[in-house]
Design a protein around this ligand. Structure first.
Ligand SMILES: NC(=O)c1ccc[n+]([C@@H]2O[C@H](COP(=O)([O-])OP(=O)(O)OC[C@H]3O[C@@H](n4cnc5c(N)ncnc54)[C@H](O)[C@@H]3O)[C@@H](O)[C@H]2O)c1
Length: 263
């Protein structure tokens, strides 16, 4: 896919995507490859990371599959060091690794609360900070944080997950403001419900019904629809977009009353 010239939109960019062993992250990795990027597929599950990297290589792309735990600074440093050893730069970070949670606040344990904040918020901060340090030194880059509509609205069962994702949204804005003058663009994507292993594991039938009621498009999204937004935010097409939270949610955020009044 090209941008009007003959070059693909992410031609030769080096992109690190966390949690890319499955789901939304995998879709972003595959799409970035099609757009000409060299992709580091990083995941807690090393086998899945390697499998996605192999899938990209088999399709003629350039990819590296690495194990990462985004809550562990030493592992993040090792992944970034390996990226620089292999490709000499890091142009794009997609902070996609995350875990779901669905616990009523009265039953929410401290352990579950902390697990959510640690992976979804602290993990995002640690990766973004480490990548930004490289990007500032090399003179530019782009960071895309995957937030959630659960970080914008008070959904039932989303105390821990929603608080963590709200934190990701605010972290995005602060980092964007601090880093824009240094050449690093920071933005977020806020997905609505997307059909992936995570949502299949955590969305009850009631959750599904409630989402479909609230979403004008009346369906779950696809990972590929998040990947399309990520290409925009990773590319030079978004050069004046700073600290933006891009909702890719089928209209969830826009919706007020939805009904079909024939009279
Ligand atoms: N699926 C949805 O409906 C939805 C909606 C809004 C936001 N999101 C967000 O999108 C992102 C991807 O979600 P998904 O649905 O593809 O999830 P998923 O569970 O299908 O995939 C998440 C991946 O992250 C990896 N991961 C988990 N913990 C990790 C850690 N500590 N370090 C490194 N990797 C780790 C997992 O191994 C997995 O491969 C998450 O941040 C999620 O919160 C998802």
């Amino acid at each position: 896919m090209t941008n009007g010239t003959s070059l693909p939109r992410l031609h030769d960019k080096v992109a690190l995507i966390t949690g890319a062993g499955q789901g939304i992250g995998r879709e972003i990795a595959l799409r970035f490859m099609k757009e000409g990027a060299r992709v580091i597929v990083a995941d807690l599950n090393e086998q899945r990371a390697s499998a996605v990297a192999a899938e990209i290589a088999a399709a003629g792309g350039n990819a590296l599959g690495l194990e990462i735990d985004v809550t562990r600074p030493a592992m993040i440093s090792a992944v970034i060091a390996e990226t620089l050893r292999r490709y000499s730069r890091l142009d794009v970070l997609v902070n996609n690794a995350g875990i779901g949670s669905n616990e009523p606040v009265l039953e929410l344990s401290l352990e579950e609360w902390e697990r959510n904040l640690r992976v979804n918020l602290t993990g995002t901060f640690l990766c973004a900070q480490a990548a930004a340090r490289v990007m500032v030194k090399q003179g530019g880059g782009r960071i895309i944080n995957i937030a959630s509509i659960s970080g914008q609205r008070g959904g039932v069962g989303r105390a821990a997950y929603g608080a963590a994702k709200a934190g990701v949204i605010q972290l995005t804005r602060v980092m964007a403001v601090e880093l824009a003058p240094l050449g690093v663009g920071v933005n977020a994507i806020s997905p609505g419900p997307i059909d992936t292993e995570q949502s299949r594991g955590t969305h009850t039938p009631d959750t599904r019904r409630a989402y479909l009621d609230r979403i004008p498009l009346k369906r779950y999204g696809r990972g590929a629809e998040i990947a399309a937004a990520a290409v925009f935010l990773a590319s030079d097409d978004s050069s004046f977009v700073v600290g933006h939270i891009l909702n890719v949610d089928g209209g969830f955020d826009a919706a007020g009353l939805i009904f079909n009044d024939k009279k």
